[in-house]
Ligand binder design. Structure first.
Ligand code: ADP
Ligand code: MG
Length: 400
């Protein structure tokens, strides 16, 4: 992986930096500036080296044309506050105004261009369309720094194509994330435990086959646990279930047996009458979900207290823990306890702990934990999972 050092002396050079400044906004106000903060290390270093810094990023999912609610303008304001330096903002990504703003830069100056996804070329599946947009971006600078870890698994113009058009290197954020992920895949200290949960069940099942070769224990919570319970022959009421994945999951259970990997499933479940914060709920045995007063209409929204305690004790004895996916619907207080208990266990173990995933990171913050209580909180959920799955990430491959 090429790092900033490989770009040589950057004084008076114009450097394009792909960041992931995709922060959550509510009525134009940034509700979590974590991704802006995570981008500062590289930007500061480039300014100190005398580079002229052109920041590019996406925000949200606009469909290839400008949409005011996805403007990066509020990000420029917050970035300037955090950097304690002016950050110019250009309300277009490529064009005469952008060119003029880049040409006006002096050593150490920073400009942020408008949302990359206002241009259809950014995410186009058509190689030529992507390439054309990447060439327009490349014309702005003499070097490219890839520091948007959250997008390195995407084959997009500003991530993949642009890196091939200029001397390019990984920024500090990407390099740091990679160091942590390598520690998890190459020689993790044992016992190594992975905790999986969340709602994107079929997305995440893929990581399991890869993890089975590497981990000592898998703890399964969140929405995917019901597919496991069903694979073992239990009824799961109205809980999240991916019926077409049952055979795959049975395969994983058999494979785990063969490899001596422990897959720990919850023994008790918080079952609710409906998907609502104030829904009636009770704790029942995991193999008797339909025995709750809600019968077959009940749905599991959290792991129960016995399961949380069991998960916490495995985590306490682990030397390495990777966690992706909340244990339950943590957004509703009645179903947040499993996630809270697992988060607390991570903060208390002596082992090296990594939290990956947008909602998982949001969950630990929402539940009152702070980032420094964990070994590492990844800025990219999809990217970190794909890396752990052993997939090739296009945005990293081009920096090899
Ligand atoms: P991440 O972003 O960390 O990768 P996901 O996006 O996969 O995590 O999942 C997060 C969501 O999973 C949360 O919004 C949470 O409410 C939901 N979730 C967790 N457990 C359940 C469950 N038992 N049923 C339905 N949704 C669940
Ligand atoms: Mg998510």
């Amino acid at each position: 992986m090429r790092t900033l050092e490989s770009l040589g002396d950057l004084r008076s050079k114009t450097v394009i930096v792909r960041c992931d400044l995709n922060v959550p906004l509510k009525d134009g106000v940034i509700t979590d500036d974590g991704r802006i903060r995570a981008s500062l290390t590289t930007i500061r270093e480039l300014r100190e080296a005398g580079a002229r810094v052109v920041l590019i990023s996406h925000l949200g999912r606009p469909e290839g044309r400008p949409e005011a609610k996805y403007s990066l303008q509020p990000v420029a304001v917050r970035m300037a506050e955090l950097l304690e330096a002016p950050v110019a903002f250009v309300p277009e990504t490529v064009g005469a105004a952008a060119t003029a703003a880049v040409e006006a830069l002096r050593d150490g100056d920073v400009v942020l261009l408008e949302n990359l996804r206002f241009n259809a070329g950014e995410t186009s599946k058509d190689d030529a369309a992507r390439r054309t947009f990447a060439e327009q971006l490349a014309a702005f600078g003499e070097a490219f720094v890839s520091d948007g870890f959250g997008v390195v698994h995407r084959k997009q113009a500003s991530v993949y194509d642009l890196a091939q058009l200029l001397p390019s290197a990984a920024g500090r954020l990407v390099a740091g994330e990679l160091e942590v992920l390598q520690r998890l895949t190459e020689s993790p200290e044992r016992p190594y435990t992975v905790v999986l949960g969340g709602s994107k069940v079929s997305d995440k099942l893929g990581v399991i086959s890869h993890l089975l070769q590497r981990v000592d224990t898998l703890l399964i919570g969140g929405g995917m646990l019901f597919t496991f319970l069903a694979a073992q022959g239990h009824k799961v009421g109205a809980s999240l279930l991916e019926a077409d994945q049952l055979d795959t999951v049975r395969g994983y259970l058999a494979e785990a047996d063969r490899l001596g990997v422990r897959i720990v499933l919850p023994t008790d479940i918080v079952v609710a009458a409906g998907f609502a914060a104030d829904a009636a709920h009770e704790v029942v045995a995991a193999d008797a979900i339909e025995s709750s007063s809600f019968g077959a209409a009940g749905l599991g929204l959290d792991i129960g207290p016995e399961s949380s305690a069991a998960f916490a004790s495995v985590i306490a004895d682990s030397a390495t823990v990777f966690w992706n996916g909340p244990m339950g619907v943590f957004e509703m207080a009645a179903f947040a306890e499993g996630t809270r208990t697992v988060a607390r266990a991570l903060t208390e173990t002596d082992g090296f702990t990594v939290v990956g995933g947008g909602d998982s990171a949001a969950a630990v913050r929402a539940l009152g934990f702070s980032d420094n209580q964990f070994g590492h909180i990844s800025t990219g959920g999809g990217a970190s999972l794909e890396y752990l799955e052993g997939k090739n990430l296009p945005g990293l491959e081009v920096l090899a």
